[in-house]
Design a protein around this ligand. Structure first.
Ligand SMILES: [Zn+2]
Ligand SMILES: [Zn+2]
Length: 146
């Protein structure tokens, strides 16, 4: 999430998960990859439409596809508050901050919080993804509340 997503890195990322590289998929991946905070589907659509014509359904479908292939994280519950950000490798997942006041999300650029997988060994769960969300007020909302 730090590095800029170029056409080349977006291409690599799609190929790595076995997806065919198409112009639209590259556009969606670059739009998400180059936004520093998790973006909503309408935001992604707006970013791409600023440059090219793209169908809304196409964008939504590609976002779903990229989540399915573990290229993107999907945050938030409910259709309206869904946000998307670039997913790291399994050992490199990042936590998120959610502002309960303005509903904004932030990607936290810290290593995943310490999580003791061994302590859960008894449950024999096959854990695929760690999704850690911190909730509270962002700086702007703290000011309003004062
Ligand atoms: Zn806020
Ligand atoms: Zn993120």
């Amino acid at each position: 999430m730090k590095a800029r997503m170029t056409e080349k890195s977006a291409t690599d990322r799609l190929q790595k998960v076995g997806l065919e590289v198409t112009e639209h998929r590259l556009q969606v991946l670059m739009a998400v990859g180059n936004t520093p905070h998790p973006s909503s589907a309408p935001e992604v659509l707006g970013l791409i439409r600023a440059k090219k014509d793209i169908n809304r359904v196409t964008v939504y479908r590609i976002l779903d596809l990229l989540v399915e292939h573990e290229v993107l994280n999907r945050l938030g519950l409910g259709e309206k508050s869904q946000r998307f950000c670039l997913r790291g490798a399994r050992e490199d997942e990042h936590p998120h901050f959610h502002c309960t006041c303005c509903d904004r999300y932030l990607c936290l650029n810290v290593p995943a919080l310490p999580f003791d997988h061994k302590a859960l060994a008894d449950l024999s769960l096959d854990i695929r993804h760690v999704d850690i969300r911190l909730e509270g007020l962002c700086p702007a909302c703290q000011k309003i509340k004062k």
